[in-house]
Design a protein around this ligand. Structure first.
Ligand code: LLP
Length: 415
């Protein structure tokens, strides 16, 4: 694919230069149609049995995107009190929110209890605390399925080397802790990690968790977690995640399970990245081009505070170069450059030694697949402002959906 931007007509009636002029650079731009389409895809992973997709809002918690998720019939999972508060603000009723925290305080658990939000506990010690706070109540537990997956060690959340979940050999102890407090374990959940394109490890984990489910008398739900990948190398032909193949294989596992246990629980999943990723592009400007000793650098305003993924996980994001509102064609010539940001760290690199069209000062760099874990992980490092977020709606027009920070915002916390 030469250009993703052109192939999906990402900017519709808007123009990248106009957007940057109006809302400032850098800028997160989202496309409503693409995001809604992804929401519809994850809503139908299972059709044969009762099924719910919980959007994992840590990927992108913009209020407008949450409202879209609600309209599209998704439920959500939350990782913190802040995420629960935001979901309530977006209009989600308590029963559509699933709290899946890790190592939270008594106060945070109490907040969920006070707001009737079902909570999953992911250690024996948090289960014990929850039992003290909510005796006679309902809860879920997160079980380590023993198989992990993900694009980097830092995002694998199951298997032998993770802080998450209750190990399978502690299930009996978990059940007895729950009994001690008259807590009813109504569901079990897992999350293998983030970003797999090969469904096999995920399916293996589902097989395991379904097997663990047999240890419970009857569960209201079984939640398989998220992690479905998106093709970050789409410009070089990487294919999208094959949901049809997954549906077929997963449904078979569910058939066997339902047949064996004789009842049908609700099945759930928790996709985050897949929902928001491809519908988001980060735009920034080239402020300087230079050769330092032997290496050519393209200096942009997209610092690691704006998009942390390349620095934190060595993640790849495809880049397109825009000049006079057109994507620059690679046939006009390419060169190898290192694209960097404006933060005071040598590691502040968006793309290392990447072959790109020859870039000039004032060009726009478009970072693809930036809708997930982009803005949500942005910071004010170096006293920089987090950018605005803009949504291109179904009619093709742009609306501001989050203001850019102001220096006043940054300084008002100081007394
Ligand atoms: N459920 C739980 C319990 C999770 O911890 C996560 C992600 C998800 C669902 C959603 O996973 P997804 O479908 O988005 O892969 N910042 C990293 C990803 C961290 C994922 C954290 N947990 C990145 O930028 O790659």
């Amino acid at each position: 694919m030469d250009s993703y931007i052109n192939s999906v007509d990402f900017f519709k009636n808007t123009k990248p230069e106009t957007l940057l002029k109006e809302y400032g650079s850098p800028l997160y731009v989202y496309n409503e149609s693409i995001i809604r389409q992804s929401m519809r895809t994850v809503a139908k992973i299972i059709t044969k049995y009762p099924f719910i997709s919980n959007y994992s809002i840590k990927a992108n918690s913009n209020l407008e995107i949450l409202k879209m998720a609600l309209e599209e019939g998704l439920y959500c999972d939350a990782m913190s009190e802040g995420e629960i508060r935001l979901l309530l603000l977006a209009g989600f009723p308590a029963e559509k929110i699933f709290f899946v925290p890790n190592n939270v305080s008594r106060e945070e658990l109490q907040f969920a209890i006070d707001n009737s939000i079902l909570t999953s506990l992911d250690s024996l010690s948090q289960l014990e605390l929850y039992g003290q706070l909510n005796p006679g109540g309902k809860c879920a537990i997160r079980i380590n399925p023993g198989v992990g997956a993900g694009h980097h060690d830092k995002v694998v959340t199951a298997g032998k080397n993770t802080k998450f979940a209750i190990a399978a050999n502690d299930i009996d102890t978990a059940i007895s802790i729950a009994d001690k407090y008259d807590l009813k374990i109504v569901g079990i959940n897992q999350h293998v990690g983030s970003l797999f394109m090969d469904p096999e490890p995920f399916l293996a984990s589902c097989r395991n968790i379904l097997h663990f489910a047999e240890r419970f008398e009857r569960l209201d739900f079984i939640d398989f977690g998220g992690g479905y990948g998106v093709p970050y190398h789409k410009l070089s032909g990487e294919e999208s995640f094959d949901f049809n193949a997954l549906t077929e294989k997963l449904t078979k596992l569910l058939d066997e399970f339902v047949e064996k246990v004789g009842y049908t629980p609700l099945f759930k999943t928790e996709p985050g990245r897949f929902v928001a990723c491809e519908g988001g592009i980060l735009l920034g400007k080239v402020n300087a081009v230079k050769t330092n000793v032997d290496k050519k650098f393209v200096g942009t305003d997209i610092g690691m505070n704006i998009l942390m993924r390349p620095v934190l996980y060595d993640s790849w994001h495809d880049l397109e170069v825009i000049r006079q509102n057109e994507v620059v064609d690679r046939s006009e010539g390419t060169e190898t450059v290192t694209v960097v940001g404006n933060i005071c760290e040598s590691g502040d690199i968006i793309a290392n030694e990447r072959e790109l069209p020859v870039i000039q000062k004032n060009d726009i760099i478009a970072v693809l697949d930036a809708g997930a874990y982009g803005y949500s992980m942005a910071s004010n490092y170096n006293m920089r402002l987090r950018p605005a977020e803009v949504m291109i709606d179904r009619n093709g027009n742009a609306t501001l959906i989050r203001k850019r920070d102001t220096f006043e915002d940054l300084f008002k916390q100081f007394l």
